[in-house]
Design a binder for this molecule. Structure first.
Ligand code: 13P
Length: 254
């Protein structure tokens, strides 16, 4: 089966001005216009405060909008949070959930991520659920068990038809370090994730889910990564903040 390709930019806590975020979005949008392969979908997962401004810049383009987090309650007294219906209403298609930075810096658990994924799907948002092992876990040969455990627990009670779920494999030791996981190893783990999805759902559903690789993806790594059978795209941090670099990355992905 040939799946589509998703290149999702995760801007994290950047840029730190509205103007900077608008320049980044319009620069990329202009740069890939009429050039990118129709098979490649691009999404900007932006800080919540910029969602509306970025939505108006990309509204007439094929670029999709995504959030970086949400709270599992739909409304109420939860100061500082944003909800799934708010993200849907503003025009988001995706939401990144369970990023390793949220797991480690904000103590997010698999159980919490599962609740967030459930509410996302309820509101027609596609969760990009992140999993990944630390360097210590890799060195102890725990990679596969950690990935399967995170997958099973984060997707507990999450129902999907396969079209409305994205998984991102992001080895923690490869994030922002310049150390990319070899394409063969990334492919192996993405294959393991697909087997895990087949057990949780069905082989047919697992074949439909897009599995992204993330961790120091650059314009000069993406071609080889996209040649792997189990890698359907990338979740990109640092390289998504530089217009020319991200444009080139998207063009090389197709
Ligand atoms: P880098 O591309 O900066 O390594 O970040 C990866 C990431 O965490 C994307 O979510």
């Amino acid at each position: 089966m040939s799946r589509s390709v998703l290149i999702a930019a995760n801007w994290k806590l950047n840029p730190n001005t509205l103007k900077g975020s608008q320049e980044l979005a319009s620069g990329v949008s202009e740069g890939i216009k009429d050039k990118k392969s129709s098979k490649v979908e691009v999404a900007f997962c932006v800080p919540a405060i910029y969602l509306q401004a970025i939505e108006s810049i990309i509204a007439k383009s094929p670029i999709k909008l995504g959030g970086q987090n949400l709270y599992f309650e739909e409304k109420g007294a939860f100061t500082g949070e944003i909800s799934a219906p708010m993200l849907t209403d503003i025009g988001a298609k995706y939401v990144v959930l369970g990023h390793s930075e949220r797991r480690t810096l904000f103590a997010e658990t698999d159980e919490l991520i599962s609740k967030k994924a459930q509410v996302s799907l309820k509101h027609n948002l596609i969760p990009i659920v992140c999993v990944g092992e630390t360097l210590e876990q890799r060195e102890k040969n725990e990679t596969d068990s950690v990935i399967i455990s995170q997958l099973n627990k984060s997707l507990k009670s999450v129902e999907t038809n396969g079209d409305n779920l994205v998984i991102a494999y992001e080895p923690v030791w490869a994030i922002g370090t310049g150390k990319t996981c070899s394409s063969e190893e990334a492919n192996r783990v993405c294959g393991l994730i697909r087997q895990g999805l087949a057990k949780l759902y069905s082989k047919e559903i697992a074949e439909k889910v897009l599995i992204l690789y993330g961790g120091s993806v650059k314009s000069n790594t993406i071609k080889e990564q996209m040649q792997q059978s189990e890698i359907d795209g990338a979740l990109v941090g640092g390289a998504s903040l530089i217009v020319d670099e991200f444009v080139q990355l998207v063009l090389n992905a197709g």
